[in-house]
Ligand binder design. Structure first.
Ligand SMILES: *Cc1c(COP(=O)(O)O)cnc(C)c1O
Length: 400
């Protein structure tokens, strides 16, 4: 078949450029030590920053949720799929982030991808006045897709460049302006300058939508995320937190002024036209929030912070560039695709699992190892990884 042949040729071209990605089969729960395709590996790839994905209390709550509510929700939220578990979770999430938002309500989504599409498409919809979206250049794919799908005018501003954003906002006559940014950039690990972005938004009457996928649960003394980290509070904020990363389960939520949330319920197609997530997931997330808010959560955050410091100090790299990140995302830029793949393979041969991230996820020429640390790692795990990286940098020929 000609159509299949064409796809085969494209796939071969991906192979030739070392851009073909492969699925690996994980046979154990998400944890530092995993069995993958039959092999034990020490993993530095998950976004399970607090080590909650296999926490016994959360697993028990998932089982309890299934006993109470069954397996599936059976319908979308607006038909009959919105259970007590979903409603309780939304109340808990709203209360948790309430110090940072005015008149807040929260809405639970099946995934962060859908939550991001919901906010951008519903708020920038043509029937909501003419809209413009100002999008940070390193934003997550789901924000890029949401902006495209909204059909609003989209202007991309350079990474962390508040001056460029100020110029764009001043020149815009749009009735609805939405500035949208990751809080922690997922492939670089650095933070958006949220205080400066928020004051720009307040001055120009623009929404500031913050995607806190990598901050929720981790940043801030109480784990409330990037808004707590920067001590921000504003009616202009729209907050998106994911619940499959630090919270260890799945799904996501949007928190904002109750009127914004009610608008999403009425208009967001990725909320309306999809089956509600299993109620047991929402029930399990209540247990996850209990832990995030408890002394155990604080201890996990403190341990993670220690591991990040240990990792940065242990590296003695000359050629590979550690990006200036203070978060659990610690990327090492290698450069070429072949080189990055070669380093990842060498680590894998030593039993260390670190993903090589290549274009189009990152710009050409900046292929990198994306190392993620978790509170479930030990100091010994981090020492092993840093030791292997220091050793391989001198052994491997990785010039592009
Ligand atoms: C993971 C991620 C998402 C998507 O969240 P899911 O719940 O995994 O769909 C959105 N934004 C950022 C920055 C992410 O890293």
């Amino acid at each position: 078949m000609e159509l299949i042949d064409r796809l085969d040729r494209e796939l071969q071209s991906l192979d030739a450029r070392n851009l073909r990605r492969r699925l690996r089969i994980v046979e154990t729960p998400c944890a530092p030590q995993m069995r993958v395709d039959g092999r034990p590996l020490l993993a530095f790839c998950s976004n399970d920053y607090l080590g909650l994905a296999a926490h016994p209390r959360i697993v028990d709550a998932l089982r309890d949720g299934a006993a109470r509510y069954g397996a599936g929700s059976g319908a979308s939220h607006l038909i009959s799929g919105h259970t007590r578990a979903h409603a309780l979770l939304e109340q808990r999430l709203a209360a948790f982030v309430a110090p940072h938002l005015e008149s807040v309500r929260a809405l639970y989504f099946g995934s962060g991808y859908m939550a991001n599409l919901a906010v951008l498409t519903a708020l920038a919809a043509p029937n909501n006045g003419d809209a413009a979206i100002f999008s940070e250049s390193l934003n997550h794919a789901s924000l890029i897709d949401g902006a495209r799908l909204s059909r609003a005018a989209v202007q991309v501003y350079p990474h962390r460049d508040t001056g460029a954003l100020a110029t764009l906002l001043a020149a815009s006559g749009a009735a609805t302006k939405i500035v949208v940014t990751d809080s922690v950039f997922s492939m670089d690990g650095d933070l958006a300058p949220l205080p400066a972005l928020l004051s720009l938004c307040e001055r120009h009457g623009a929404w500031l939508m913050v995607d806190d996928a990598h901050g929720f649960g981790v940043l801030g003394a109480h784990g409330r995320g990037a808004l707590e980290h920067f001590a921000l509070r504003s009616p202009y904020l729209i907050y998106m937190g994911t619940l499959g990363k630090a919270a260890g389960v799945g799904g996501a939520f949007v928190a904002a002024h109750a009127t914004v949330i009610e608008w999403l319920v009425q208009r967001a197609r990725t909320y309306i036209y999809t089956t509600a997530a299993a109620p047991a997931l929402a029930h399990a997330l209540l247990a996850s929030l209990d832990i995030i808010e408890s002394a155990e959560g604080a201890a996990r955050r403190a341990h993670l912070q220690m591991l990040i410091g240990q990792f940065k100090e242990a590296l003695t790299l000359q050629r590979w560039q550690r990006l200036p990140s203070d978060t659990a995302i610690q990327p090492l830029v290698i450069g070429g695709n072949d080189a990055a793949v070669r380093v990842a393979a060498a680590l894998h041969a030593q039993g260390l699992w670190v993903p090589a991230i290549r274009p189009p996820t990152v710009p050409p020429g900046t292929a990198r190892l994306r190392i993620t640390l978790s509170a479930a790692h030990t100091h010994d795990h981090v020492a092993q990884l840093a030791g292997a990286l220091n050793q391989f940098e001198s052994l491997l020929e990785t010039e592009a």
